[in-house]
Design a binder for this molecule. Structure first.
Ligand SMILES: [Zn+2]
Ligand SMILES: [Zn+2]
Length: 327
């Protein structure tokens, strides 16, 4: 199959370059402008001030969130009634039980975190390290979010993979996912019992809201994975990170193959039918895992990586559709 090409305008000299997509995705630092010889893509950790919600939000995320918000009272209940309580609970539990990252506390991790925040043009909320061998990261809270990574994650991943995971979490922050995600996690972990007891709002447990929330939760992952790809600027790192989350071990790191995992992701997608999918999602929703089905997600992040939107964003000459049609 011939490698499809896309047109990338050089951000330095304005020359139009025809770039083979698959070859470029193997290493975005390689393609150079035919005229001025500068690198065509912004992949060296430089901040991207032009990355928007429109780039990152997957259409299924938007659709599911709109359905969730259309449920009567969902929005008011969730944000006004629970918001400040959740913020306080989250902040207290991390301040009292985890390590807060800062200039004097794990500064190398802080640097990676700030790089991810700069790539995604998001104000980074406080970052915490939580002691557990589980390989995980999460964003929690409501209007004042916090991000946390586990010691299992820090010990199992290298700097670039951590950048991917932090980019993923910061995308949840950027897209305003945090309150709904916190609630979905509380529901999955049975924590709603405590909340509804002490706030007296049994209505939150209403089935339509629960179903809409659980469904949206999965779709929001597809958006956050786009942010992960933008943060690293590397499809290889992004897929490797998902592979490690799926079943990676440092011990086998040199034997793990990104190409084989992509093939596996395609096989998983071919096998998916919607009923089976919903059932498995439901099952996974009841476990401690906050980022389920890595292979399914790899399939979707690949599709976006191959789209002109991603490469144009990396090229730094992306313009909104409106502006495009006007010119
Ligand atoms: Zn050029
Ligand atoms: Zn996520």
């Amino acid at each position: 199959m011939p490698d499809e090409k896309t047109r990338i305008t050089c951000r330095f000299c304005g020359a139009a370059n025809s770039v083979p997509v698959e070859a470029a995705l193997r290493d975005l630092s390689k393609p150079r402008c035919g005229r001025c010889k500068e690198g065509l893509f912004r992949v060296n950790g430089e901040p991207l001030t032009d990355v928007t919600d429109d780039h990152l939000a997957h259409p299924w995320d938007r659709e599911a969130l709109a359905k969730l918000k259309a449920i009567p009272y969902a929005d008011e209940l969730l944000s006004s009634v629970l918001g400040s309580t959740l913020d306080k609970m989250t902040r207290f539990s991390l301040l009292a039980g985890a390590v807060e990252v800062g200039e004097r506390q794990a500064p190398s991790l802080l640097r990676i975190y700030l790089e991810a925040a700069g790539r995604l043009d998001v104000d980074p909320p406080p970052l915490y390290i939580v002691q557990t061998p589980l390989v995980n990261a999460f964003t929690s809270g409501a209007s004042r979010p916090v991000v946390a990574v586990t010691t299992g994650l820090l010990d199992g991943m290298d700097d670039r993979e951590l950048l991917a995971v932090l980019g993923h979490e910061l995308t949840h922050v950027k897209l305003g996912h945090v309150l709904y995600r916190t609630l979905a996690q509380l529901l999955a972990q049975g924590g709603m019992g405590i909340l509804s007891k002490f706030l007296g709002i049994a209505r939150l447990l209403a089935m339509p809201l629960r179903i809409a929330l659980a469904r949206w939760y999965q779709m929001a992952e597809l958006s956050a994975d786009r942010g992960e790809l933008v943060a690293t600027g590397s499809l290889e790192v992004c897929v490797r990170t998902h592979m490690l989350l799926a079943g990676g071990s440092r011990r086998l790191a040199s034997e793990l193959d990104v190409g084989a995992f992509i093939e596996q992701a395609d096989r998983a997608e071919a096998m998916r039918d919607s009923e089976l999918f919903v059932y498995v999602m439901d099952m996974l929703g009841n476990t401690a895992r906050t980022h389920p089905l890595p292979a399914w997600r790899v399939h979707h992040v690949l599709a976006w990586a191959r789209s002109p939107a991603f490469l144009e964003l990396m090229g730094g000459t992306w313009r909104p559709a409106l502006e495009r049609s006007a010119s």
